[in-house]
Design a protein around this ligand. Sequence first.
Ligand code: CAO
Length: 533
Amino acid sequence: MSNAIDIKVPDIGDFSDVPVIEIFVKPGDTVKAEDPLVSLESDKATMDVPAPRGGVVESIAVKLGDKVSEGSVIMRFKAEGGAAAAAAPAEAAKPSVSAAPSATSAPAGVAEVRVPDIGDFKDVPVIEIFVKVGDSVKAEDPIVSLESDKATMDVPAPLSGVVTAIGIKIGDKVSEGSVILSLATGDATAATPATAPAAPAAAAPAPVQAAAAAGGAVDEAAFALAYAGPAVRKLARELGVDLGKLKGTGDHGRIVRADVEAFAKGGGAAAAPAAGKAAAAPAGGGVGGIDLLPWPKVDFSKFGPTERRELPRIKKISAANLHRNWVVIPHVTTHDEADITELEPFRVQMNKELEKSGVKISMLPFMMKAAVATLKKFPEFNASLDGDALVLKNYWHIGFAADTPNGLMVPVIRDVDKKTVPEIAKEMGELAKLARDGKLKPDQMSGGTFTISSLGGIGGIYFTPIINAPEVAIMGVCKSYWKQHSSDGKTYTSRLTLPLSLSWDHRVIDGAAAARFNVYFANVLADLRRVLF
Ligand code: CAO
């Protein structure tokens, strides 16, 4: 009996003809159950289809851009064993992407609505309840919002009815299966909760992407940054309310439904449902019209031939992070330079001595050591903002920006203070390779206290790196070059000069401290004996 299994698109709710935007595996790859196989992107959500079981990929049945629906074959697996192959593949695939919310019928005409499959999340706090007893809801209306530390998820009503009881309150922690409320329906027992929830069905990041994907002619940057869940965003779109202009009254400033309604009633919105166009107008209200304008929509093909390329997944994730960091943090960049005339021959000598070990040392591991020495001297650079307080960290985990075929990644080397330069160089090489192969694990990218972004192997003189929040500073480094230097204006010597660009968060750091940081950092590189102090 053949061991091959067709892997099909599982239940993806109401979506059909959804384009394949990424394929994560190739024939010959061994995958484990739950490894992502392909990514699909509808206009509402990005959904990864995970492997329903382990196996070896025999062939891929789709290509990028192909449109698929539930049941479409995406690839063929050689199963791990004959017994596994015997199981119905569609059945196995089903729970991995979306499960419908479980509404079970209780007494005739009453359905109990429970928290649906929300992936790995457990004990997730309820942050908003959109309905009250007596309210009529339609299938798909959001009923509550849950918020984990990673995502905000709205749970939609699985069927239409009237709310007869609510079993939770704000702040309660819920998991899959927790009862949310009871609904009286015309025919509850007949109702099949067939519709997949828009937000919680997909993997954790999907609700965020779904929310961010909603389009409209408002200040999109501010709208995307606003602290609000998908249902509130949807309402804001319908009412033409620009979320970026609202102050939330929910926990931690979260914008709740009532805020949007109050804003709309108070004339804050340009107009009701047909407001999309009106909201596009700058809301400067006669003060000169210099507010942010909506992103220009241009038909580039009018001017010449074009080609459309979707951004890779990593780029989309880093783009959202970079955008937030750039908009939220008041960045300032201070440039300086380090004299590495003495350090460079030492580096070359060390590489000769280490030739047989296979470890190659660039300038970056020295900069990591210099960073730790400088961070110890200026602890507020090795810190993060937490509300009104600064959390100073007594560990020195240094991240480094790595350029990979899929986009920018920041692996982190832990406890740089306890490691030698060759140890750092070795670990850096290993992490950079994992990054380029797309195999970095989350814990290899987390916990950093300061980041170095080196373009030294490429070129440039100075640049303005974007701070890797929640860190408060980042050191950018460019290519060293020989520079004429004079201390008296009469005699000149050539010095090997390393350009430094330190970006810092002006909420935490002042310009004088940043200038001192750079001077100290440069001095350490000029004479590494300072690391001993
Ligand atoms: N000045 C002069 N030469 C330098 C240098 C500098 N500041 N830094 C590195 N070099 C040299 C290295 O010594 C090496 O020379 P050889 O080939 O002769 O040995 C060469 O440039 C290439 O170095 P490298 O880039 O492979 O090694 P690295 O340790 O300097 O950097 C890594 C490793 C992973 C950080 C790097 O490969 C990388 O990805 N850099 C890009 C980071 C980036 O994209 N930053 C921008 C983020 S903001 O968008």
